[in-house]
Design a protein around this ligand. Sequence first.
Ligand SMILES: [Zn+2]
Length: 149
Amino acid sequence: MSAETLNKNIETVKDVLKKYLEERGHRKTPERFAIIEEIYSTDEHFNIDWLYMKMKEKNYRVSRATIYNTIEILLDANLVRKHQFGEGQQSLYEKSYYAKQHDHILLLDTGEVIEFCDPRIQTIKDSLQEIFNIDIESHSLYFYARKKK
Ligand SMILES: [Zn+2]
């Protein structure tokens, strides 16, 4: 992605966030916009500690509570996706606004997360909707794997 596209995308999600905060009467603090900017500047899955560290590096005075609180807002606004890859593991998050539908493979030895997109999953969804006469709103699918020796 070019720097120009990235900046345009960040401006767009900031507008989405601004509208969301206004509609609900939440405060539009600079920290919230700095947090979303950080999130949309990375392609990685991240945890709260990572975000906290990034904000500190940029000399923002934000507490972990502020980060948790902002993440809750971003989840509700559908700007962020949350993953719980394993029991007792920290939640991981990722940006979701421009992200294409994808699923995840978690490598158990390294903790590395691989993203993949397979159109057959859409085919399964379509067929389930037909069979059970339902509308599927979302799904989560994780494969837990080890690299072949
Ligand atoms: Zn992902």
